[in-house]
Design a protein around this ligand. Structure first.
Ligand code: GDP
Length: 440
């Protein structure tokens, strides 16, 4: 996420390295580079200009006796300003109303249907809600089917009326259905078009008027940069929406949309989408995002993700197995799956402070564990639970079965051996604390 921008900002701050204090000249040079970095990231020209003007004013007003180096000082000012630009504090979703009615708006392909599912899943799991998804796209039968597929995946009911061509009717009927059947959140997914057009705007404005949502959300693809900002403006003029959802932040997004959108429509970004799966949803925290843009990592989110995946029962079982020397390849596989559930590998690496830059040239494939998994899958259950029986002959068979080289099997065996030894050591006196620290 935002690799290019992070790198360029880092270069800009380098200009100040070795300078004892901030002067009009060295700050101007640095800020010129900061502005260029923002423009390259597709931030609107005026926003970028105002931004650097504000940073300059703050920097020049700083007490020269400050203990921070000029570079650090400027990074801090830039970070604070970026946070402010993206909305200051995080803004939660308004869950008032019974049922809470949430209307989704946005262009076709922005990720509206996917996000409707993610939000339903989030509210069900994290807020103990009983959501109902509503398919209000009266033009594309495929869109209705897509929502049903999403609903099935997360175990949430989907309300649709494939024969009805009146979106207002469907939305109103869905709310009645929700009230009669104990649903406390209704998420209405509407029809999108490829571009803003009058007919679509009128239709969604009519639905909006008829159901008076507690929360109207605008979904936008962050890959579209300044276009995202223009579309947001068009929708906001008609719907006066409550918040923005930025999707596809897992891709090679340049960052322009995330940085500019709040100041153009003056509405907070509430959530971000970071993948196609149903759990790839994160609450948007402006300060954490600023940290990531500046390549400072996002440890808080990383720890939160680890905690969300952490299963106490599983951890206890694992500890018992290690103590009894029963840790096998099946457990190894479970561990890998736990890590994978935390999200896409590149994304995770980006959250480690400093790692984004250090590892930028190293390709972190999304399927980093694919080969390891293939090898383990080629083992028999007996081999998995008692790896010591794997001899040369068995290794050759496993390699053949998984389509990998024997050396790779050897390497995995070695890694497994080291890991088992380390785990065993941690069980000893003094090791318990270490395990606790690691979440075990
Ligand atoms: P809609 O037309 O607005 O309902 O858009 P969809 O929900 O059908 O999404 C369009 C495409 O974008 C689909 O292929 C989704 O899988 C994909 N998509 C949606 N959100 C994300 C995201 O956060 N990250 C990535 N990588 N893909 C996404």
């Amino acid at each position: 996420m935002f690799n290019n921008l992070s790198e360029k900002l880092d270069k800009a701050f380098h200009i100040l390295k070795g300078h004892g204090k901030i002067t009009e000249v060295n700050v101007a040079d640095t800020l010129k580079e900061v502005r260029r970095a923002l423009l390259d990231a597709d931030v609107n020209f005026k926003i970028a200009k105002d931004f650097t003007t504000r940073v300059k004013e703050k920097a020049m007003g700083q007490d020269v006796l400050t203990t921070l180096q000029p570079g650090q000082l400027l990074i801090k000012i830039v970070k604070d300003e970026l946070t402010e630009l993206m909305g200051g504090d995080a803004t939660g979703i308004n869950l008032s109303g019974n049922p809470t009615v949430i209307l989704m708006s946005g262009l076709q392909g922005s990720g509206k249907t996917t996000f409707s599912g993610k939000l339903a899943n989030f509210l069900k799991d994290k807020k103990n809600k009983k959501p109902l998804l509503v398919a209000c796209d009266i033009y594309r039968p495929a869109a209705i089917n897509q929502l049903h597929v999403v609903g099935d995946q997360i175990g949430v009911e989907v309300y649709s009326e494939p024969e009805n061509k009146n979106a207002v009717d469907i939305a109103q009927n869905a709310i009645k259905h929700a009230k009669a059947n104990g649903f406390n959140v209704v998420i209405v997914d509407t029809a999108g078009r490829l571009a803003v057009d009058e007919e679509m705007m009128t239709e969604i404005a009519n639905v909006h008027k008829a159901i008076t949502p507690n929360e109207t959300l605008f979904v936008v693809d962050s890959m579209t940069g300044q276009d995202a900002v223009n579309t947001a403006k068009a929708f906001n003029d008609r719907l006066n929406f409550d918040g923005v959802i930025l999707t596809k932040l897992d891709g090679d997004t340049r960052g322009g949309a995330a940085i500019s959108i709040k100041s153009v429509v003056n509405k907070p970004i509430k959530f971000i989408g970071t993948g196609e799966k149903m759990d790839a949803i994160d609450v948007f925290y402006p300060d954490r995002m600023a940290d990531r843009i500046l390549g400072m990592g996002d440890v808080v989110s990383l720890v939160e993700r680890a905690q969300a995946q952490y299963d106490e029962e599983e951890a206890r079982k694992l500890q018992k197995k290690i103590a009894k020397n029963e840790f096998g390849f099946d457990d190894f596989l479970t561990q890998i799956q736990q890590v994978k559930k935390m999200g896409n590998m590149k994304d995770l690496v980006g959250m480690i402070p400093g790692a984004g830059k250090a590892l930028k040239d190293i390709d972190v494939p999304d399927d980093a564990f694919k080969h390891i998994e293939a090898i383990i899958h080629s083992m028999t259950p007996a081999e998995r639970s008692k790896p010591s029986i794997i001899d040369v002959k068995r290794k050759a068979r496993i390699a053949k079965g998984s389509g990998r080289k024997v050396e790779e099997v050897n390497q995995l065996m070695k890694q497994f051996d080291q890991m088992s030894k380390m785990m065993k050591m941690m069980q000893g006196p003094g090791g318990k604390n270490l395990m606790k620290m690691m979440g075990g």
